[in-house]
Ligand binder design. Structure first.
Ligand SMILES: *[C@@H]1O[C@H](CO)[C@@H](O)[C@H](O)[C@H]1NC(C)=O
Length: 596
C-alpha cells in the first residue's frame, strides 16, 4: 500500500472534481462542440488558423490573407488554379485542425487557406467490391457511420472521430495492429485523387488520380499536405464484423519489455496502456469474433465525451497548483485516482450503449473502433452546466504536450527498460503522465508509403502538462525530456507527423529509406513549393532552423539545451546530461537533485 500525503485543501477540490466529473459528463444541453479553427475578420479575408489546442509548439500565430471553402472538385480546382496563377502560397486546412505542428500555416502576406470543411460528401459505395469513395473532408465518424449503413467497415482507424480523411492521409494516422495490412488508415487506400499546381499550359492545375500500383500513391498516402489538396479517396473496406474486448490488468511491469512484441502478434486489435510510476500495465485483449456472438457494445470513450467546464477548470487549477508548489504526491494520488476510475468504467466502453456491466465487451467494429462524444454532444438527457471537449481552448481546461513516436520492434525491449531505469531513479516522475492515462502504446506495421513506417513498431503516445507560461519549467522536466530524446535519437524513433514538439523532428527525413523519393515527388507535383511552408521545408530537411534557440527554449521542446539559459536558471533548472541516456541534454532542477 502506497501512502501519499495530500494537503487538506486538495481533498476538497479532488472530491468536488470527481463529483462534477461523474455527474456532468455527456449529459448537457449546454454542450459546446469544437469551434472553427479558421477565423476571418472580414468575410473570408484577413484570417487566422490554429489547431485544436489553440496553440502551436512555438506559440506563434498563423495568418492567411484569404480562406476558401470549396464544396466540389470543380471549386477546388478553380481555387488552386487561381492561386497558382498568382503565385500565392496555399495550405489545406481541415474541419477541426488537430495537428499540433504547423502543417496548416501558409507562409507569406498573400497566402490562401483551402478548407475541406465543406468537402464532406460520400461519393460512392460499392457493396460488391467493398469499397467506398469519399471527399477528403469527410470525418472519420462519418466514414464509419456511412460504411456501416452498407454493412461495411474500415478495418482499422484512429480512436478519435474528429479527424478527416485528408488529415489522416496527411499525417499517417493509425489504430493498433500488426496483422494483415496493419493499422494505418493510408494502407487501406486503393485510389486517391490529388489536385496540384500546374503550369500555364495545364491551366495552372493538375488533376491526378493515383491507383494501387502507381508509385506516386506511396508518396500521396502520407503527404504532409505538400503535394496539393487531396480531393477524394477510395478505401478498401470489409464486411461488418464483431470484436470482443477485455482489459487485463497487472501491477508488475517488469516483464513489459519482453511481453510487448508477443502481445502484438497475439491480438489483432490489442493495445497497451502503461503506468510506469504505478508499475501497472493494462493489456487490451481485443480480437475478431463470429458475428453470432451476442453483444452490442458501444465505445463511449470517457476522455472524448463532453465534460463540464467547471470540472475541467477545477482539474486544471489543481494541476497548476501541484506544479507550482511541487506537490508530486498530489500528482501521484490524482494519477492513481484517474487511472483506477477509468479502469473501473472500462474507459467508457459500454456493453449496450449505456453501461459497462463486465468483460468481455462484444460489439460491431463500427460501434467500437472509435469515439468522440464531444463533437456532437447532448445526446443523452440534459444537464444545466456548460460542457466542452476537455482540450477546448475557449475554456481554461487541459493544456498539454503530446509526444508520439514509433519505436521499431527490435528496440522496444531496451527502450522500455531504459524508461524503467529512469523511474527507478525518480519513482514519482511519471505520475504527471498517468494523469493523462499513462503511456499509450499501439501497434503500427511497415508500410509502402514513403513517409509511413519502414518497419513494424509500436507508437508511444505520451501526454503531459504544459504550462500557460512558456518560461515555467515542469515537475520532472528532465525525465520527460530525456525520454523524448532517448526515443528519437538513441532509438531512432520516428515522430508522428501530427504530434510532438520541434526537437522530435530533428533529422527525421534521414530516418526514412524513401525520404529522398518523397522529396523528388514533391518537387515534381509542386515545383514552386506553393503548398510548402517553413515548417514542412524544415521537417523535410530542405531548410535550416527547425530548432529555435532562445531563453527557455528547451522547456517547450523548441531546442535541446546547450546552455543554462535554454532552461530556467533563475528557477533552479540548468542544462545537464541525461541520467540513463547520458548523451541527452536536459533541464534539471539541480536544487532537487542535491536535496536527495
Ligand atoms: C479529374 O480527373 C478525373 C479523371 O482522372 C475526372 O473524372 C474528373 O472529372 C476530373 N475533375 C474535374 C473537376 O474536372
Amino acid at each position: 500500500m502506497k501512502v501519499v500525503y495530500v494537503p487538506k485543501c486538495c481533498w476538497i477540490v479532488l472530491i468536488s472534481y470527481c463529483f462534477l466529473q461523474l455527474c456532468c459528463t455527456s449529459v448537457s444541453s449546454e454542450c459546446f462542440p469544437p469551434g472553427d479553427p479558421i477565423k476571418c475578420s472580414s468575410g473570408t479575408s484577413d484570417c487566422t488558423v490554429t489547431n485544436s489546442q489553440g496553440s502551436f509548439p512555438d506559440r506563434s500565430d498563423c495568418r492567411a490573407a484569404d480562406a476558401v471553402f470549396p464544396t466540389t472538385e470543380i471549386e477546388l480546382i478553380s481555387a488552386i488554379a487561381d492561386a497558382t496563377k498568382n503565385n500565392r502560397k496555399m495550405k489545406v486546412a481541415t474541419r477541426y485542425s488537430h495537428s499540433f505542428p504547423k502543417l496548416v500555416c501558409p507562409d507569406g502576406e498573400d497566402s490562401l487557406l483551402i478548407s475541406t470543411k465543406n468537402m464532406n460528401q460520400i461519393l460512392r459505395v460499392d457493396r460488391e467490391a467493398k469499397t467506398m469513395t469519399v471527399q477528403s473532408g469527410v470525418t472519420l465518424k462519418q466514414l464509419i457511420q456511412e460504411a456501416a449503413k452498407s454493412e461495411l467497415v474500415l478495418t482499422h482507424s484512429p480512436y478519435w472521430w474528429g479527424l478527416t480523411v485528408g488529415g489522416m492521409m496527411g499525417t499517417g494516422a493509425h489504430g493498433s495492429s500488426w496483422w494483415l495490412r496493419g493499422s494505418s488508415v493510408h494502407d487501406y487506400v486503393i485510389e486517391l485523387r490529388l489536385i496540384s499546381p500546374g503550369n500555364a499550359e495545364e491551366g495552372y492545375y493538375k488533376n491526378v488520380t493515383l491507383k494501387e500500383g502507381d508509385a506516386d500513391l506511396d508518396a500521396a498516402k502520407v503527404s504532409l499536405g505538400v503535394l496539393g489538396v487531396i480531393s477524394q479517396v477510395t478505401f478498401k473496406l470489409e464486411s461488418r464484423f464483431k470484436r470482443s474486448i477485455t482489459f487485463r490488468e497487472t501491477d508488475d511491469d517488469s516483464g513489459l519489455g519482453e511481453e510487448v512484441v508477443n502481445f502484438g502478434k497475439m491480438h489483432e486489435f490489442g493495445d497497451i496502456t502503461w503506468y510506469p510510476s504505478q508499475h501497472e500495465v493494462l493489456y487490451r485483449i481485443d480480437d475478431r469474433v463470429p458475428s453470432t456472438t451476442p453483444g452490442n457494445g458501444v465505445n463511449q470513450y470517457f476522455g472524448f465525451r463532453s465534460t463540464a467546464k467547471a470540472a475541467l477548470e477545477a482539474n486544471r487549477k489543481l494541476e497548476e497548483t501541484a506544479e507550482r508548489f511541487g506537490f508530486d504526491d498530489t500528482k501521484c494520488l490524482l494519477g492513481e485516482a484517474v487511472s483506477s476510475s477509468l479502469r473501473a468504467i472500462a474507459f467508457g466502453l459500454t456493453n449496450n450503449g449505456f453501461l459497462f456491466t463486465g468483460y468481455p465487451i462484444v460489439g460491431y467494429q463500427d460501434q467500437l473502433q472509435s469515439a468522440g462524444g464531444c463533437l456532437t454532444p447532448g445526446g443523452i438527457g440534459s444537464c444545466l452546466l456548460p460542457s466542452y471537449c476537455a482540450w477546448d481552448p475557449r475554456i481554461d481546461g487541459q493544456f498539454y504536450f503530446n509526444d508520439g513516436f514509433n519505436i521499431k520492434a527490435s528496440n522496444l525491449k531496451s527502450f522500455i527498460e531504459d524508461i524503467q531505469k529512469l523511474v527507478q531513479l525518480e519513482p514519482k516522475s511519471m505520475c504527471g503522465v498517468e494523469l493523462y492515462n499513462g503511456f499509450f502504446m499501439r501497434y503500427v506495421s511497415a508500410s509502402t508509403a514513403y513517409l509511413g513506417k519502414d518497419e513494424d513498431g509500436v507508437d508511444f503516445d505520451i501526454t503531459y502538462y504544459r504550462s500557460k507560461d512558456p518560461l515555467a519549467p515542469r515537475m520532472f522536466e528532465d525525465i520527460l525530456e530525456e525520454i523524448e530524446q532517448m526515443a528519437v535519437f538513441k532509438y531512432g524513433g520516428t515522430p508522428h507527423w501530427g504530434k510532438n514538439r520541434n526537437i522530435a523532428f530533428e533529422g527525421v527525413i534521414k530516418k526514412y529509406k524513401d525520404g529522398e523519393k518523397f522529396i523528388e515527388v514533391k518537387q515534381r507535383y509542386d515545383p514552386l513549393g506553393l503548398f510548402s511552408n517553413e515548417w514542412t521545408e524544415q521537417v523535410l530537411g530542405l531548410k535550416q532552423g527547425l530548432s529555435i534557440y532562445k531563453d527557455g527554449c528547451a522547456l517547450e521542446g523548441l531546442c535541446i539545451c546547450s546552455e543554462d539559459s535554454h532552461c530556467a536558471p533563475n528557477r533552479g533548472y540548468f542544462c545537464r546530461p541525461g541520467r540513463v541516456y547520458t548523451e541527452a541534454k536536459v533541464c534539471s532542477n539541480v536544487q532537487s537533485i542535491t536535496d536527495m
